[in-house]
Design a protein around this ligand. Structure first.
Ligand code: SF4
Length: 361
């Protein structure tokens, strides 16, 4: 198989949804990176994997998956051609584990080094860290990449064992993420992310969000991505139902509140195991905590303002700017503020409540 065909296939397989797509362009996607939004080629070094994770299209025993490997020289050259034609501006390199995690990771790092050193490539690189590699190898990976990721896949040891017996959260993945965090202290512009497969191992939203909270607060992970489980034929999980997309969306909304707004998983869930699908989690929290409302908009500090349903960080800053000029006394003083009708349900303006008043902006 020639280089172009291999890259095409390895890229389509990297994005499961493109498995049947004949067009490489459909596999190039815009990713939000530290450098802004850039078109990324997600590609694999190899589809061979000697592990047997139950959910995975690349598991050793799935005969249907084409077994393809591309050497670092060819992959670097093929990517460079796409880059110089302006089709991509970044690479996300992952792989199945072949021979040994160290060998796999070495080939992936070699690919990036050829790009950086020989071709002078300065663009975006996201490298997946293989489970079980040494700290020296992690260090090498961090040096050549902008972003690295180790997928936790499931929120607890028990849930992970249910879908990938050979992996361990406590014995390998979390300690490795801590090692990455330590190394990243010397590279403030770089970061690490992770991914959870949602709905594969019987896990609750509570388990997922508590783990995400731990990863943000204790390890400094930049983003947790939630990937709804989709069964792959020819795997032990082929007959399981797919996870509803709405569950993934609900987790992203809750995650946003934990990551950027200082909420705890416990506050968002209010004792429940699952989020309410299709509901704004901040509004659900506010309804459960009516004793905290209404908030006097002229006195609330920034942290209190951003907890009001409908108020984002920019809106909170705008409210503070306006009240520094003069007190906010009536809804007209908030003219132009987004979600005003919703916000008025949760605030007072100089002690007066306008929540039920119909006010058109
Ligand atoms: S180690 Fe990774 S690529 Fe291999 S089977 Fe498990 S999830 Fe798939």
């Amino acid at each position: 198989m020639d280089r172009e065909k291999k890259i095409n296939l390895l890229s389509r397989l990297a994005l499961f949804e493109c498995e049947r797509s004949p067009n490489l362009d459909r596999c190039i996607y815009d990713a939000k990176t530290q450098r802004g939004r850039v078109p990324i080629l997600k590609v694999l070094q190899s589809t061979y994997c000697d592990r047997n994770c139950d959910y995975c299209v690349f598991r050793r025993d799935r005969e249907k998956t084409p077994k393809v490997y591309i050497d670092p020289e060819d992959l670097a050259k093929g990517f460079w051609e796409l880059y110089t034609k302006g089709r991509v501006k970044g690479i996300f390199l992952s792989s199945g584990i072949f021979i040994h995690p160290e060998v796999t990771m070495e080939k992936m790092i070699d690919t990036v080094k050829i790009l950086r050193d020989r071709y002078g490539y300065r663009g975006y690189v996201h490298l997946k860290i293989m489970p079980g590699v040494s700290v020296q190898t992690v260090e090498e990976a961090v040096k050549v990449a902008d972003r690295v990721s180790i997928n936790i896949e499931a929120p607890t040891e028990k849930r992970l064992k249910a879908i990938a017996k050979g992996k361990s959260l406590l014995g390998d993945i979390i300690p490795k993420m801590k090692e990455v965090a330590k190394i990243l202290e010397s590279f403030p512009a770089k970061d690490q992310t992770t991914q959870v497969i949602v709905g594969a191992g019987g896990e609750t939203d509570r388990e997922i969000l508590k783990t995400s909270e731990f990863l943000y607060r204790e390890i400094g992970v930049k983003r947790v991505y939630y990937s709804p489980f989709r069964p792959v034929d020819g795997t032990p999980m082929e007959n399981l139902p797919p996870c509803p997309e709405a569950r993934g969306r609900a987790l992203y909304r809750a995650d946003f509140l934990i990551r950027d707004y200082g909420f705890t998983a416990e506050e968002i869930l209010g004792g429940k195991d699952f989020l309410e699908l299709g509901k704004d989690p901040k509004e659900t929290w506010a309804k459960r905590n009516q004793d905290l409302f209404p908030v006097e908009i002229n006195r609330a500090d920034f942290e209190t303002l951003i907890r009001i349903p409908g108020v984002g960080k920019r809106t909170a800053e705008e409210i503070i700017r306006r009240r520094l000029r003069s007190a906010i006394r009536k809804p007209e003083d908030l003219k132009g503020i987004r979600n005003l009708k919703k916000i008025l349900r949760y605030v007072t303006l100089m002690g007066r409540y306008y929540g039920e008043v119909k006010y058109s902006r």
